[in-house]
Design a protein around this ligand. Structure first.
Ligand code: F6R
Ligand code: ZN
Length: 192
């Protein structure tokens, strides 16, 4: 591609909306059916308002090996029952592809697991880099009361997204508000 020139863009703080955005995704409560543990709290919230849980600002590149797909993920603060707002989470369709996240703002966790059931829940705070190795499903969770969790991400162009496995099984671990603060608990509803 002869017209494919190097390019720059800016991620201004505090808004974190990139100066170049090719695609803006908004995920609302209605897109998360079956994902939150407390289904009664979920249905009650949804009946009241289809809240915006998170947004993704994508910079488009060809979805082929050799390219990198980049963007900004913004998870808003809030809870469904005791469970903090989170992304749907996914495996990459090409399982052997990694992803890198750089935390710009907010507090939270990255919940991760492999198809073999090995789990990791890593705290996220500004300035931290999180490396998601190949084969690990990943979901980001915002645990701040007022602030968005804002991350910059980059991953291989050919990765693709498998949402179905997590939609069916869930993650092994949940991030909840407990009486003494944030709790990472086993998901009693995880399906093998
Ligand atoms: C891309 C990636 C992130 C997420 C974003 C929203 O592979 O991991 O850009 O896409 O944080 O989460 P999902 O895609 O799970 O809705
Ligand atoms: Zn990913």
């Amino acid at each position: 591609m002869t017209d494919d020139r190097p390019f720059r863009f800016t991620i201004p703080i505090p808004s974190a909306v990139p100066s170049r955005v090719d695609h803006h995704i908004e995920r609302r409560l209605s897109a998360m059916k079956g994902q939150f543990y407390d289904t009664q709290a979920y249905e009650a919230m949804l009946a009241n308002e289809d809240l915006l849980l998170y947004e993704v600002y994508e910079i488009k590149r060809p979805e082929v090996a050799g390219e990198l797909l980049m963007g900004i993920s913004v998870v808003h603060p809030g809870k469904v029952g005791r469970e903090f707002f989170m992304t749907k989470g996914h495996y990459h369709t090409v399982l052997d592809t990694a992803e890198i996240y750089y935390v710009l703002k907010g507090e939270g966790f990255m919940v991760m697991e492999t198809p073999e059931g090995i789990c990791a829940v890593e705290p996220l705070s500004p300035g931290q880099v999180l490396y998601v190795p190949p084969r690990w499903a990943h979901r980001s969770v915002c645990t701040s009361r007022r602030e968005d969790l804002v991350t910059f991400f980059a991953y291989p162009g050919n990765a693709g997204h498998d949402y179905g496995t997590i939609e069916q099984k869930g993650f092994h671990k949940l991030v909840m508000e407990g009486p003494d603060g944030i709790e990472i608990t086993d998901n009693p509803r995880w399906r093998a």
